[in-house]
Design a protein around this ligand. Structure first.
Ligand code: F3S
Length: 81
């Protein structure tokens, strides 16, 4: 399984990720992206049927802010957003 989180320090809010993967990414009030799967914790596996969207978003992010790993980033009680 894949896990995703947005590096919110480098995201510039370009909006590309939400376009290609609206079931994975949303934006806060400042327009900065986060994973809506788990509040950007990177702890909940990305559903299998969203894998293509995930790859498109990662490849399309102009700042390389979409981090994808095969292991969880952190536990759910450490929500970032
Ligand atoms: Fe930010 Fe990259 Fe999405 S800059 S809005 S994470 S495509």
């Amino acid at each position: 399984a894949f896990y995703v989180k947005v590096d919110r320090d480098t995201c510039i809010g370009c909006g590309a990720c939400g376009e290609v993967a609206p079931d994975i990414f949303d934006y806060d009030d400042a327009g900065i992206s986060f994973s809506l799967l788990d509040g950007n914790a990177g702890a909940v596996p990305v559903p299998q049927d969203l894998t293509d969207d995930l790859e498109d978003a990662r490849d399309g992010c102009p700042t390389g802010s979409i981090q994808v790993e095969e292991e969880p980033f952190r536990t759910l009680d450490e929500k970032a957003v």
